[in-house]
Design a protein around this ligand. Structure first.
Ligand SMILES: O=C(CO)[C@H](O)[C@H](O)COP(=O)(O)O
Length: 284
């Protein structure tokens, strides 16, 4: 595989499966997106994992489980603290140094959070592009084209996904939620967008029949309090901010190594790419 992004996704997914999905496990949550496909690929290569019941987080992951001939379960069978999932493995759009993540690039954040919360361990797999010091800084914000006159700047709309925080909303509430985001969280109207479908006239409709607003807040100083503030808005079903949930993140790097960030310690590779001791060091 020559594409460094795709090979990054694969090596991260394979290493995570090898370390975190074990033969004694009974139930495992399967996330959504393109990186998760490589996790399924690895699981299929290991017959000792095929007795496990897999819990999907979306239509996509349900089909991956079924097409792989694996055992399909349902989240209703898993009650956190009673019949926990052993582990949930999932991709992410951006992950900070404290393992907070932005998710929902595939509009699956509600089911992904439900399944991640039901698991004893939540494991993130991603390629090197997803590593970020602070959420909201990894992707460029909208380009603003200034006119020569004194008129206000013209905002160039993004070609597709705004790459902010994905917010799943009840369809009839989307205008009210956008308004509340402006008033209560000072989101700018030009950095919020209702996510539109590509091969359909109209908005993306999630697996739960909802819409998604992508809202860019710039660098996010306190992801947990932003999450709390957005969730308090009537009409919001779920927010693609996963705070304090992941135990570990595997990043497939351009050089073919996997950088592992574990809760409470830096892994084998430091943030700036320098190799450090494999022994863990406390996070600041
Ligand atoms: O949150 C997600 C879907 O809602 C995905 O996990 C996230 O968008 C990462 O996707 P990919 O693995 O394709 O980069």
């Amino acid at each position: 595989m020559t594409d460094p992004v795709e090979s990054g996704k694969r090596i991260a997914a394979h290493q995570a499966v090898d370390e975190y999905i074990l033969p004694h496990h009974k139930a495992v949550g399967i996330g959504s997106g393109s990186t998760v496909v490589y996790a399924l690929e690895r699981i299929l290569q290991k017959p000792e994992l095929h007795h496990i019941v897999f819990i999907p987080t979306s239509f996509q992951s349900k089909i991956l489980i079924i097409d792989g001939g694996l055992k399909l379960g349902s989240i209703e069978q898993c009650v956190p603290g009673y019949t926990d999932l052993d582990v949930t493995i999932d991709g992410a759009d951006e992950v900070d140094a404290k393992l907070n993540a932005i998710k929902g690039g595939g509009a699956c954040q509600f089911q992904e959070k439900l399944v991640a919360e039901a698991a004893k361990k939540f494991v993130i797999i991603a390629d090197y592009r997803k590593k970020s010091e602070k959420l909201g800084t990894q992707f460029p914000s909208l380009k603003i084209k200034r006119r020569r006159s004194t008129r206000p700047p013209r905002i160039i709309p993004p070609p597709q996904w705004l790459r902010g925080v994905p917010i799943e909303v009840i369809p009839m509430s989307y205008k009210a939620v956008q308004q509340a985001l402006q008033i209560r969280i000072s989101a700018k109207p030009e950095t919020m967008a209702l996510r539109m479908a590509k091969m359909k006239a109209g908005p993306v409709v999630t697996d739960n029949g909802c819409f998604v607003i992508d809202a860019h807040f710039g660098p996010i100083a306190d992801p947990k309090s932003l999450l709390r503030d957005i969730k308090l808005i009537t009409g919001v079903v779920e927010v693609g901010l996963f705070c304090g949930m992941a135990e570990v993140a595997f990043f497939g790097m351009e050089d073919g190594n996997v950088s592992v960030l574990r809760i409470g310690c830096w892994g084998a590779q430091q943030w700036d790419g320098d190799i450090v001791k494999i022994t863990c060091q406390p996070n600041s």
